[in-house]
Design a protein around this ligand. Structure first.
Ligand code: ATP
Length: 233
């Protein structure tokens, strides 16, 4: 299995304060990788560096073997990213939103848009205006936007925040199917251990910009869980 995402000794400082203190990890094809940490631990800062919104102070980030700093366009072309409240036009229908994002990506065919509508399970409601959608439906539409270019790497920043239990289960099932069918690599940040445990194969625990441990989720013993729970502020 090859690494789709690789971080090597990445540091990030804002002014004199070092927020990310030399993190390294890799996410392979077909792997669902959790990034768990308390509020302020450095999860969003890490994701912003991965997608090239901010530059690391030092270290390297590779996507599909391309250095995000040196080969940004090639690196980012295989990434889909969804943040907590994805951008969408509430007065447009779900389909119109997808069409618009498809145009932004440039080369997404109509068949791919139809495929994505199937994947996110919004076929029945896709021609309704987004302002009529529940939060869970909006989140699935956001996921659809990220899936349009058929990404090899999907990045989800706190994806189920605020969703009701059914919305959470639906979202998890979509992600699981995606990995099963396309071998997508998925990187999920969260501050909720249960969320990561349910969905991920592996989890890296980040605390004040340092990765404290990386565990296989099905190997997490009660002791580890207690340790982690205590650290999540
Ligand atoms: P949350 O779950 O609350 O989003 P997080 O783990 O994503 O937390 P980050 O948003 O990465 O944490 O923030 C990590 C630390 O970096 C925080 O102390 C935050 O205040 C600081 N930080 C983030 N961005 C900046 C910035 N642009 N300038 C200065 N400090 C920043």
């Amino acid at each position: 299995m090859s690494a789709v995402l690789e971080l090597k000794d990445v540091h990030k400082s804002f002014g004199k304060t070092e927020i990310i203190k030399g993190i390294s990890f890799d996410v392979k094809e077909g792997e669902i990788y959790g990034f768990l940490g308390a509020n302020g631990a450095g999860k969003t800062t890490t994701i912003r560096m991965i997608v090239g919104l901010i530059k690391p102070t030092s270290g390297n980030i590779y996507i599909n073997g391309y250095d995000v700093q040196k080969d940004f366009v090639k690196a980012i072309s295989s990434v889909g990213c969804i943040v907590e409240n994805p951008d969408m036009y509430l007065d447009f229908t779900g389909r119109e939103n997808l069409n618009m994002f498809a145009k932004l990506y440039g080369n997404v065919k109509k068949e791919r848009i139809d495929e994505v509508i199937e994947i996110i399970g919004l076929k029945d409601r896709i021609d309704d205006k987004v302002k009529k959608y529940s939060l869970g439906m909006k989140q699935r539409l956001g996921l659809g936007q990220a899936l349009l270019p058929n990404p090899k790497l999907l990045i989800l920043d706190e994806p189920t925040n605020g969703l009701d239990p059914i919305g959470i289960v639906d979202f998890r099932n979509i992600v699981r199917n995606l990995v099963k069918e396309n071998n997508t690599a998925v990187f999920i940040s969260s501050h909720i251990l249960g969320e990561i445990e349910q969905l991920c194969d592996k989890v890296a625990f980040i605390d004040y910009g340092v990765i404290k441990s990386v565990e296989l989720t099905n190997n997490l013993h009660l002791k580890d869980k207690e340790k982690i729970q205590l650290k999540v502020r």
